[in-house]
Ligand binder design. Structure first.
Ligand code: DX5
Ligand code: ZN
Length: 215
């Protein structure tokens, strides 16, 4: 069974607390929070005050996906705001080893994300420092984009590497995930499925989440 992390990017921001209750009741395992700075990606979302507000209305793990140019400057504030996971993009910091250790020191689980054009080889030296790898299956910045199929082989290759490494590192996939491709994704090795539009635009959130979980 995969874990399902609904992305609040597709929630109704004017009724965020209500939408959080709805996904919780529908079976969400984590909440995925997309932080965009208008520089690393061409879109802006929300920051630490909104994450703190979300922390007050749910007990679900908060999975914070930082799509920002300078993650090192922001990890403390997001840790204080209540993040359980902090995912930084491999493309954004030349000192990932230091950054991941700082995230861990803050009591938060560290993860690294790869854009569709970034090679798995970029992770070679830091896999032992990670709790999770996020494979982006769209170019980050917006919800509702089409799944890029090459993510599937990337997940399979990563899964093989992790089996060799012999350390439990989760594989997360984000972008264009739907009940139509979730089985292929879990078969390839994905452990955590992020889905925004597929869940929030669904008429039956509970069955959509159940389909995603079942793979
Ligand atoms: C995209 C974000 C995703 C987004 C996914 O940059 O990282 O988390 O919300 O949305 P869907 O599931 O609609 O592709
Ligand atoms: Zn995301």
């Amino acid at each position: 069974m995969a874990l399902v992390a609904p992305s609040l990017l597709s929630a109704d921001f004017s009724r965020l607390a209500e939408d959080i209750v709805r996904v919780e009741e529908a079976g969400a395992d984590w909440l995925h929070l997309d932080i965009m700075d208008g520089h690393f990606v061409p879109n802006l979302t929300f920051g630490p005050p909104v994450v703190s507000a979300i922390r007050k209305v749910t007990k679900l793990p908060l999975d914070v996906h930082l799509m920002v140019n300078n993650p090192a400057a922001l990890i403390e504030v997001f840790a204080e705001a209540g993040a359980d996971w902090l995912t930084v993009h491999v493309e954004t910091d030349p000192h990932l080893h230091r950054l991941l250790n700082r995230i861990r020191e803050l009591g938060v689980k560290p993860a690294v994300a790869l854009n569709p054009s970034s090679s798995l080889a970029m992770l070679d030296e830091i896999l032992p420092e990670l709790e999770m790898v996020l494979i982006m299956s769209v170019n980050p910045g917006f919800g509702g984009q089409k799944f890029i199929p090459s993510a599937l082989t990337k997940i399979s290759r990563l899964k093989k590497q992790l089996v060799q490494l012999g350390r439990p590192v989760l594989i997360q996939v984000d972008g264009g995930v739907t009940p139509a491709n979730s089985a292929q994704l879990t078969k390839a090795g994905a452990d955590v499925l992020v889905a925004g539009s597929a869940i929030f635009c669904s008429n039956d959130m509970k069955s959509t989440i159940a389909c995603l979980k079942a793979g």
